[in-house]
Design a protein around this ligand. Structure first.
Ligand SMILES: [Ca+2]
Ligand SMILES: [Ca+2]
Length: 220
């Protein structure tokens, strides 16, 4: 190895060790926000969704005459919660109806006689085909409507529904709350204190009775 080859090796080593400055790549961060989903839920005091919402009418004693049981839909631990995060700018409606359709009934959990929830004749059995009496009335007008988590929102353009009884084939769905086109496009609301009453036929047997109702929201 002569002198020049030694020099060359040293230069090569030095070149490899020098860090090569590279251009720092520009990373473009992007974030898309889509319109939220119009929804209704049953929530507790901290807006936590209630896994199994429940509702009980006042207990009755067996009676030889027609009776009325009452209850309140929407309580401090089970509030009805409506959210419109910009999906329904032309308005929306919250309804309640029987989960299993208008031929549903209050089902005797002891396998005895059921009673109706939508007989237009009240306690007596009317023209519907189920041969049982009984009728439920939903009265949203007694309810308390407030805004939810939205800061600065108002309930302008949002109104509670009127009292109405279920009548099979005529009133299968009852309006709880309506948001007009003029209501805020992005807002949320809470409802408590909806009145529920149910006429129970005379001599209805001692038992627990059950039926399911569903609350839905649709955009206009
Ligand atoms: Ca019926
Ligand atoms: Ca009936």
């Amino acid at each position: 190895m002569n002198f020049f080859s030694k020099i060359l090796k040293v230069i090569i080593v030095i070149l490899l060790l020098i860090p090569i400055a590279k251009a720092v790549p520009n990373v473009s961060f992007t974030q898309q926000i889509n319109a939220g989903i119009l929804s209704v839920d049953v929530v507790g005091g901290s807006f936590n969704s209630v896994a199994t919402p429940s509702f009980s009418l006042s207990p009755l004693s067996l009676s030889i005459v027609c009776q009325t049981a009452t209850g309140t839909l929407g309580t401090p631990t089970q509030k009805i919660y409506v959210q419109n995060p910009g999906q329904a700018n032309y308005g929306w409606v919250v309804n309640i109806s029987a989960t299993n359709g208008n031929t549903s009934a209050w089902v005797n959990q002891s396998a005895g006689a059921n009673y109706d929830y939508n007989d237009g004749s009240g306690c007596a059995d009317g023209p519907d085909a189920d041969s049982i009496g009984g009728q439920m009335t939903i009265n949203p007008s007694t309810g308390a409507l407030t805004t939810g988590q939205c800061t600065g929102c108002t309930t302008t353009g949002v109104t509670l529904g009127s009292s109405a009884p279920f009548v099979q084939g005529t009133t299968d769905s009852i309006t709880i709350l309506t948001g007009s086109a003029g209501s805020e496009d992005i807002a949320d609301y809470l409802i408590t204190g909806i009145g529920v009453s149910q006429s129970v036929p005379a001599s209805q047997p001692v038992a627990n009775y059950k039926m399911d109702l569903t609350i839905t929201v649709i955009s206009l």
